[in-house]
Design a protein around this ligand. Structure first.
Ligand SMILES: *[C@@H]1O[C@H](CO)[C@@H](O)[C@H](O)[C@H]1NC(C)=O
Length: 240
């Protein structure tokens, strides 16, 4: 590592300006950072948020994580979002990729109950980023499925794709006036291979083969439904 750094300094000092020019990022290049809701938000049961699959596993099988860690507090972004965004500004970020906690928006997973406090939190966070000219890139699903949906089989339930589309529509409708970049699933391969086909990630279904394929099928249909919901009903007005 030291050698590499020294070599780089040498190059820059020998070739000066021309090397710096050649190494310059294009003006439209975005520097960004990324997180997942469960990793940073904390307040896992605050203000109406429902339980999700990682809350469930870390509370009921704490030994599942190496150091008994859980996301109950995490970086406490739920309370510290203003300072977090200020630091992103200090870093000079152009973009921030975050995820939404499905169970903070829909505590039971379904659209029968929308948690307005959860929507309000994401509204404040997105508005804060816009103050600093930071684009919010939103991942709809990054590991934390509402536990009531998990108990119905989660990604293995053939209705999963409809639950996901319903949730995506709430997110598009309530946040899509400002969010112009949406990602459906973080790490689809890992969700199905490790969560359903093995025992290395929540929900630890461990149904190697069959579980992996059923999960993949429903995940892909969910992706397609959310994509088409956006393309047909939101993109024409929201232009994301
Ligand atoms: C998962 O399945 C494998 C192979 O059948 C088994 O060895 C392992 O103990 C299982 N893990 C759990 C947590 O049950």
């Amino acid at each position: 590592m030291k050698l590499v750094v020294i070599f780089w300094l040498f190059l820059v000092s020998c070739h000066g300006e021309s090397v710096r020019q050649a190494r310059k990022f294009p003006d439209d290049f975005w520097f960004g950072a990324a997180i997942a809701a469960y990793q940073v938000e904390g307040r896992s049961n605050a203000n109406g948020k429902g339980e999700n699959s990682w809350d469930y596993i870390t509370h009921n099988n704490p030994e599942y994580t190496i150091d008994f860690a859980n996301g109950d507090i995490a970086a406490d972004t739920y309370n510290n979002y203003k300072r977090d965004v200020e630091m992103m500004g200090e870093l000079g970020l152009d973009a921030y990729r975050c995820s939404l906690s499905w169970s903070r928006i829909l505590p039971q997973g379904f659209t029968n109950k929308v948690n307005e406090a959860g929507i309000a939190f994401y509204n404040k966070d997105i508005d804060e980023m816009l103050k600093y000219n930071i684009q919010t890139l939103v991942t709809l699903y990054h590991w934390d499925l509402p536990q009531p949906l998990q108990e119905l089989g989660g990604f293995a339930n053939p209705l999963f794709s409809e639950w996901f589309e319903d949730y995506a529509r709430v997110a598009f409708k309530r946040l899509g006036d400002r969010v112009k970049f949406w990602i459906t699933f973080n790490e689809p391969r890992e969700i199905c291979y490790e969560g359903y086909g093995a025992d290395t990630k929540a929900p630890v279904v461990n149904a190697t083969g069959v579980g992996t394929y059923i999960c993949s099928k429903n995940l892909l249909i969910g992706h397609a439904k959310a994509y088409h919901a956006y393309a047909n009903d939101f993109k024409p007005t929201q232009n994301g």
